[in-house]
Design a protein around this ligand. Structure first.
Ligand code: SF4
Length: 184
């Protein structure tokens, strides 16, 4: 298939790219992540994705606009459901882009992460595929978790310590938030 691969970051892209290449798919990457904050973190992950696409030999399109405002307008007052809104924001654009480029379908490196809401990603991706009349290519890339980590280290890719948004950054570093989440 001619696939658009939504890439959330360099380290999460390594294994899905290798898998799809091995299966003979023709892939184009698409970095579209208005959920990554703050600005310097966004630039760092963007640079890491460029390094990854060069290392893995794929062509990648990049949305280089910092999307803080776009993201916040989507999630403010709905913080508890923000991950679903965040997936929808990104995957709708990926489905739209797939149609625009005349490709068969799309998939996402979000399906590689053990920390993402896998089923929710699939549901939303399916809805977006239907809306734009393209295919959602599903594969559980979590099977290659360790292989992806190992290769990302070999490629010297920046490995981020939190998911992406400012809320997830606070959850990662604010000890009181972490205790509350753990019910302590
Ligand atoms: S935690 Fe991650 S998936 Fe959830 S809203 Fe933040 S950036 Fe998006």
């Amino acid at each position: 298939m001619n696939l658009l691969l939504h890439t959330c970051c360099g380290p999460c892209s390594v294994y899905p790219i290798a898998e799809l290449q091995q299966q003979g798919h023709d892939i184009t990457g698409y970095f579209y992540n208005p959920n990554i904050h703050p600005f310097r973190e966004f630039k760092r992950r963007l640079a890491s994705m460029r390094l990854c696409s060069e290392g893995k030999g794929i062509f990648c399109e990049y949305d280089t606009e910092y999307g803080l405002v776009k993201y916040l307008r989507r999630v403010v007052f709905h913080e508890e459901e923000r991950c679903g809104l965040c997936y929808a924001l990104r995957l709708e654009e990926v489905a739209r882009k797939t149609k625009e480029l005349g490709l068969d379908g799309f998939t996402s490196t979000l399906l590689y992460s053990r920390y993402q809401k896998h089923k929710l990603i699939c549901t939303i991706a399916g809805e977006m595929a239907q809306k734009y009349d393209v295919e959602f290519f599903y594969q559980d890339f979590r099977a290659g978790w360790q292989a992806g980590i190992d290769e990302s280290i070999t490629l010297d890719l920046y490995r981020q310590p939190y998911c992406g948004c400012i809320y997830s950054e606070q959850e990662r570093y604010d000890k009181s938030k972490r205790r509350k989440k753990a019910g302590k």
